[in-house]
Design a binder for this molecule. Structure first.
Ligand SMILES: [Zn+2]
Length: 285
C-alpha cells in the first residue's frame, strides 16, 4: 500500500516537471534575447560603432532636410524669376508711358521746368491735363449712364493755390490750440506741400458722389465712389492713396483722389496690388 502511494507521488512530480518545461524554456529564451540585445547595445557603445537604428533615423532626417532645402531653393528661384519678369514688365510699361507715370510725392517734387497743356472740363470750374481729358470724361459718362452721379471737387492746382491750402489748414490747427510745428505736421498728413502735389500736374482729380461732396474716409461707402474705385482702372486711373499703403505713400487713405497713369499701367498696378511708389521700386531708377 505504501509502495503504491510512493509510486503515485513520483509519477505526479514527474508530470508537474514535464508541464513546467515549456514555460521555463520560453523564459530562458526571452532572457537570452534580452542579454543579446543589451550586449549588442553595449558593443555599439564600447566600440563606438554606429547604432543601425539611430543611423537609419539620422539618414532619414538628412533626406528630409535635403528635400526641404531643394524645395526652398526651388521656391526662391521661382520667386526670383517672377520678380525679374515683373521688373521687365514694369520697365516696358514705363518706357511707353513716361510722362503720365511721373512720380510726385513728399520726396519727389515736380520738376521746376515741368509744363503741361491744360483743358477745361465741361463744368467750367476745373482744368485737367489735356492727355487725361478723353479718358476722364469717358469714365464720368460711363458711370452716369449706369445711374451714378459724380462731382469733380478738385483737379489742377497751381503752386500758389497749393500753398494757400497748406496755410489755411495750418491756421485752422493753430486756432485749435496746436503749436505751429504740430499744425504743420498734421496738415502734411493729408495735404502735400506746394511743389509736391499731383494736382499741380493736372493728372489727378478728386471726385466724390454728387450727393455727398465730403472729402472724408466714409466717401468710400457711397455707391458712386464704389463704382468709380472698381472701374477707374478701365479708364487709366488708380486710387492713388489706398488704405493699406499709407506707410508707403505717406498720405492717409483718400478714396476720392484718382490719378491718371494710363490704362496699361493702371491694370498692371491693380493686378499686382502696387502703389505708384512700389512700381518705381521695381524700375530701380
Ligand atoms: Zn486729391
Amino acid at each position: 500500500m505504501k509502495k503504491h502511494t510512493e509510486d503515485k507521488r513520483q509519477e505526479k512530480a514527474k508530470t508537474n516537471k514535464t508541464r513546467r518545461r515549456p514555460s521555463v524554456i520560453l523564459l530562458m529564451f526571452i532572457l537570452d534575447l534580452a542579454l543579446i540585445c543589451a550586449a549588442g547595445k553595449c558593443m555599439y557603445h564600447f566600440f563606438h560603432l554606429p547604432d543601425p537604428k539611430v543611423e537609419a533615423s539620422e539618414r532619414k532626417q538628412e533626406i528630409v532636410t535635403d528635400s526641404q532645402k531643394t524645395q526652398k531653393a526651388d521656391t526662391e528661384e521661382k520667386a526670383r524669376k517672377e520678380q525679374e519678369l515683373l521688373k521687365k514688365q514694369a520697365a516696358d510699361i514705363y518706357s511707353r508711358n513716361r510722362e503720365i507715370l511721373m512720380l510726385v510725392n513728399k520726396t519727389n517734387p515736380i520738376p521746376e521746368d515741368y509744363k503741361t497743356d491744360l483743358i477745361d472740363l465741361q463744368d467750367g470750374k476745373n482744368k485737367v491735363a489735356a492727355n487725361i481729358y478723353e479718358d476722364l470724361t469717358a469714365m464720368l459718362e460711363a458711370g452716369e449712364k449706369q445711374g451714378y452721379s459724380f462731382c469733380v471737387i478738385s483737379s489742377y492746382r497751381d503752386y500758389a493755390y497749393q500753398q494757400s491750402l497748406i496755410e489755411n489748414d495750418v491756421n485752422r490747427y493753430t486756432g485749435n490750440g496746436f503749436s505751429a510745428s504740430e499744425a504743420l505736421d498734421k496738415t502734411l498728413e493729408q495735404v502735400m506741400p506746394a511743389g509736391h502735389s499731383e494736382h499741380e500736374t493736372g493728372l489727378a482729380v478728386d471726385i466724390t458722389a454728387a450727393d455727398y461732396m465730403v472729402l472724408e474716409e466714409d466717401q468710400e461707402d457711397t455707391p458712386d465712389n464704389q463704382w468709380m474705385r472698381t472701374h477707374c482702372r478701365e479708364y487709366g486711373f488708380i486710387v492713388r492713396y489706398p488704405k493699406d499703403k499709407e506707410w508707403i505713400t505717406q498720405i492717409s487713405y483718400e478714396p476720392w483722389h484718382f490719378r491718371y497713369v494710363g490704362k496699361e499701367a493702371a491694370e498692371f498696378l491693380y493686378e499686382h496690388n502696387l502703389s505708384l511708389e512700389e512700381f518705381y521700386e521695381l524700375l530701380e531708377l
